[in-house]
Design a protein around this ligand. Sequence first.
Ligand SMILES: [Zn+2]
Length: 324
Amino acid sequence: MIDPLTLPKAELHLHIEGTLEPELMFELARRNGVSLPYADTDAVRRAYRFGNLQSFLDVYYRACSVLIHERDFYELTIAYLNRARAQGVRHVEVFFDPQTHIQRGVRFDAVVGGIGRALTEARGQGVTSQLIMCFLRDLPADDAMATLEQSLAHRDVIFGVGLDSAEVGNPPRKFREVFERAVSAGFRAVAHAGEEGPPDYIWQALDLLGAERIDHGVRCLEDRSLVRRLEADRIPLTVCPFSNVKLRVVETWERSSSTRWRTCSSTDCASRSTPMIPPTSAVTSARTSPTWQEPCASTTARSSSSLATASKRRSWMTPPGPAT
Ligand SMILES: [Zn+2]
């Protein structure tokens, strides 16, 4: 068995706002004069017991209220990158949700500036990255389009667009024009689909949004023709088994369809989605994931799920520099 600690890893399904640890949450709340509905950090950790995706999102958005200034987003991101590097992560594709912040009056420039500055610094320390801007699917498409227009001034920092948040009742077709505009502007496209939503949402993400990768996608297993399509077009999935169990998408590990995943060539990485969902370690997540088998481990850092070029993926397999 390969030791996950020493294996170079690529983290491909990571929501940066979800990496906010309770200690930093309280520090930022103090600094920014934000009151939190938690007595202390232990109370925050107790709140991380979720009944479903929506109950998780309620805590997630409350935590985001402490992020206001460019410096806050920088500190959030650099704290995550330092932890990830210590866990052997060589490349990360980072989701962020600008609408969560813009609707609170935070400047788009502050969000992208802080995250982007941290990602640039980390490149100098051996962790490469790509930044993916997600649209909140429970907000109107017009709101997403307005956010996309703001992002065009940051094309040098933002690599791709995605779709996340409450899935059921918010099908990908709602964002067809937004994604058409994004792709024509040069963004790469991915989308969360088939986490809680039906397999049809995955079909829509592929056919209407032009998604090159499906994030989650676990419900594809309910539709044989969809699995064949994913395999034929070599569309990867970033499956997050821990997230699925913790958010009750599946009831148990045994029901996480691990056996079927091992026979499906469309999944080649085990991601953790949002580290506020325990476990908080990429290594622990990898070691205990039901999809974590040697054939999977050996391909993780050069995973075809990544939006990076093949030559860049090969470069991650070289020995990492010393951790700081
Ligand atoms: Zn996600």
